[in-house]
Design a protein around this ligand. Sequence first.
Ligand SMILES: O=c1ccn([C@@H]2O[C@H](COP(=O)(O)OP(=O)(O)O[C@H]3O[C@H](CO)[C@@H](O)[C@H](O)[C@H]3O)[C@@H](O)[C@H]2O)c(=O)[nH]1
Length: 332
Amino acid sequence: MAISGGTGSFGSTMARHLLERGVERIHIFSRDETKQDEMRRQFNDERLRFFLGDVRDESSLLPAMRGVDYVFHAAALKQVPSCEFFPQQAVLTNVQGSHNVIRAASMAGVKSLVCLSTDKAVYPVNAMGMTKGLMEKTAQAFARNHPESQMTVSVTRYGNVMYSRGSVIPLFVKQLMDGKPLTLTEPTMTRFLMSLAESVDLVEHAFTHAEPGDLFVRKAPASTVEVLARAVAGLLGVDDPEIRVIGIRHGEKLHETLLSREEMGKASDEGDYFRVPLDARSLQYELYFDGEESSIARDDDYTSENTQQMGVEETKALLMKLPEIQQLLTER
Ligand SMILES: O=c1ccn([C@@H]2O[C@H](COP(=O)(O)OP(=O)(O)O[C@H]3O[C@H](CO)[C@@H](O)[C@H](O)[C@H]3O)[C@@H](O)[C@H]2O)c(=O)[nH]1
C-alpha cells in the first residue's frame, strides 16, 4: 500500500488503521521531512517506509509505487482561502500532481488507486474545489481512456471532516478555552459533518467495491455553523457563548453539494454510500441511440441543506464520538 500525502491527518489515520488490520507494508509519500520524522518515531513500525518527494515531480513518485498493490492519493493543497490567493499552485498540486500519481501508479502495476476529493469539487466556486474537480475528471478520463488497464482508479468525495487540522471545531475549542467570543462567518451556513473514522471506512469501501472510474460518497448529516458552535460550547460547559459574526471568507459557499442532480440520477444507493458509475461512452454518441425518449435527471442535488439537519443536541452527540472531544472532556 502507498499513501500520497501520508503525513497529513488523513493519510496518517489511514496508515494507523491499516497497520492495525495487519497490512504487510505501507509506503508513506510526502514533501515534509519533519512530519515524516515525527511519524517515524510515533509509529515506530518496521512496516512503514518513508519516501520524500512531491506529486508535482513524477520521477519522485515512482520509487514509492514500486511493489505496491494499492495507492491512496490524499496529497493536495486543500485550504480554500490560500488556494484563492495562489490558484496556480493548486493547479500544479491538485491537477498535474494527481495526473502524475495516476501515471506513476499505472506504470508501477498498481491494482487499485483511490483519489480523495471533496464536496467543494461540485459546482465549484473556489480554486481548491475547481482543481479537485479537475482531479476527479483526470481520474475518470484515465478509466475511460484505458479500458485495458489492470488498475482500477476511483474517487471518494467527502464533506467536512470534524476536528481536522486547521478546521473550525478546534478553533471554536481554542476560542472557548481562551475565553474569547466564537467567530461565526455566517450563522446559517451549513456543512456536511463526518468523522475521520467514517472517511477511512469510505476509502476501504472504495478499495473493495470500485469498478474503474467509480465515484463514492458517504451519506452524512449536516448542521449550521451556529448549531455547531453552540454544540461545541455546550460540551465545554458554556451554555450561552458570546458570538461574533465575521462574514463569509474568500471562496466560501453557503451550502455544499456532495452529489449533483445529474450524479444523483445515476447513483446507486449502497446503504451508507452512494456510488456513481463512470459514463464510459466514447465521443460517438450516436452509437448509443436507444430509441427511447431522453431521460433527464429529475432528482435533486444532495446538499448540506437538504440532507438530515442536526440540532444542537444531535450535534453534541456526534461530537462526543470523536476521540479528540473525549480526551478534551476527560482532561478538564
Ligand atoms: O472562524 C470561523 C471559521 C470557519 N467558520 C465556518 O465553519 C465552517 C467550516 O469551516 P472549516 O472548518 O474552515 O472548513 P471548510 O472551509 O468548509 O473546508 C474544509 O472542509 C473541506 C471539505 O468540504 C475540506 O476539503 C477543506 O480542506 C477544509 O478546510 C464553514 O462554514 C466556515 O465558514 C466559522 O464560522 N468561523
